[in-house]
Design a binder for this molecule. Structure first.
Ligand code: PLP
Length: 405
């Protein structure tokens, strides 16, 4: 999206604190006074602009972060939540009820997969999981009861790329809502600008970037955000996954450096992916020409922010993967931990961790092999040094035969 630069939108926000502070004041209240009883009634009815009711509904601090994230995604409005799952689950429950159907990518975050596979059927919501890269398969899976098309821009953990513009066309044609989890590609991809109706992030990952909190956001039209927050039937209001004001203030401070971090994550990941591939390892990274969706993704991203910080390397077996991860941690190359977006590299074997909700035979079918290591590449200043040290670990364990620096 050439004319849409989310980092500029974030930079241009100007909020002052109560006493002229350069940071907005943090609202440290769960409830709010009204000068007149009539205003209280109007606020409950949703008619009083600028009035706060109760912090499960909204708070000044959360509204600042909402606005910043809506500006980032180019949507009318947004609603932050206490976690990514706290953004995803109310969204789907708001859009679907008993008898409704969802068409979802089969390679999605393990928690979202478990929610759709095991939890929503209790409410009469059925989901068909498909290979999201095949638009004809996606369209063929739509039934008269389908309400939602669900995907991740870049999928977890296999880094498949969803053709958002193509999916948006299908969604429009069949009158569905296209819901996109953009957690892996903030700033790089602007799904709403390509026709997505609702864009979700786990703020826990890149956007907060310091692995010190969980958080989430739903970015959408004002109408949908109002629906989520409706006191009578809004899933966010009634299920209560509210983010705390102190946290939303801290996430907002981290959001301001997201553009600098994303550039460095992408730069480092591109460098390592090229080196690992040259060394003969099976490497998956959307910035590599060998990635099946490289050309598609290149056309979708804002090139300034690159192809992102996530990559996978297949080291042949679970034993290899485990020994390598332990050795890399011992050598201080990163942490054996789930999650992503931290300043240090994080690595995990998704088959036995973040995607363990997915049954083994389904894992095999989607190409999630035992020896797969998922890397969230850190902000390392000297990435050549990192590569040299990682390569030495691989040679030591016999995963790579010779050093070809
Ligand atoms: C982590 C993650 C989630 C869930 O977010 P939480 O903040 O852990 O609740 C959802 N989608 C993706 C792609 C994720 O990586």
């Amino acid at each position: 999206m050439k004319n849409f630069n989310p980092a500029d939108n974030i930079q241009d926000l100007q909020y002052f604190g109560e006493f002229g502070g350069v940071n907005p004041s943090i609202s440290d209240s769960s409830t709010y006074t009204f000068l007149s009883a009539k205003t209280m009634f109007d606020t409950f009815e949703g008619n009083a602009e600028g009035c706060y009711l109760y912090s499960r509904h909204s708070s000044p601090s959360n509204l600042y972060l909402d606005k910043a994230l809506a500006a980032m995604e180019g949507t009318e409005s947004a609603n932050v939540a206490a976690s990514g799952m706290g953004a995803i689950t109310p969204t789907l429950l708001q859009l679907c009820g008993s008898g409704d159907h969802i068409v979802s990518s089969r390679t999605i975050y393990g928690g979202t997969y478990a929610f759709l596979k095991n939890f929503t059927p209790k409410f009469g919501i059925k989901t068909t999981f498909v290979d999201i890269t095949k638009l004809d398969v996606v369209e063929a899976s739509i039934t008269p009861n389908t309400k939602v098309l669900y995907c991740e821009t870049v999928s977890n953990p296999l880094l498949e790329v969803a053709d958002i513009a193509g999916l948006a066309k299908i969604a429009k044609k069949h009158n569905l809502k296209l819901v996109v989890d953009n957690t892996f590609s903030p700033l790089s991809v602007a799904p709403a600008k390509m026709g997505a109706d609702i864009v979700i992030h786990s703020l826990t990952k890149y956007i907060n970037g310091s692995s010190d909190t969980v958080g989430g956001v739903v970015c959408a039209s004002q109408e949908f955000i109002n629906d989520l927050k409706n006191v009578n039937n809004g899933a966010s209001m009634l299920l209560g996954p509210t983010m705390d004001s102190l946290r939303s203030a801290s996430v907002m401070k981290n959001l301001r450096t997201l553009h600098i971090r994303m550039k460095q994550h992408s730069h480092n990941a591109q460098f390592l992916a090229e080196k690992f591939e040259q060394a003969g390892l099976k490497t998956v990274y959307p910035g590599l020409k060998s990635h099946p969706s490289h050309e598609l993704y290149k056309g979708m991203i804002n090139p300034e922010y690159g192809f992102g910080g996530m990559m996978t390397v297949d080291v042949g077996s679970l034993d290899n993967a485990n020994s390598l991860m332990e050795l890399m941690q011992e050598r201080n190359l990163g942490y054996l931990a789930v999650s992503l977006g931290f300043y240090k590299t994080l690595f995990s074997a998704p088959g036995t961790s973040t995607s363990s909700e997915i049954p083994m035979e389904e894992q095999a079918e989607m190409g999630l092999t035992d020896g797969l290591i998922r890397f969230s590449i850190g902000l390392d200043n000297d990435i050549q040094r990192t590569f040299d040290m990682m390569e030495a670990c691989m040679v030591e364990l016999g995963i790579l035969k010779t050093e070809k620096a």
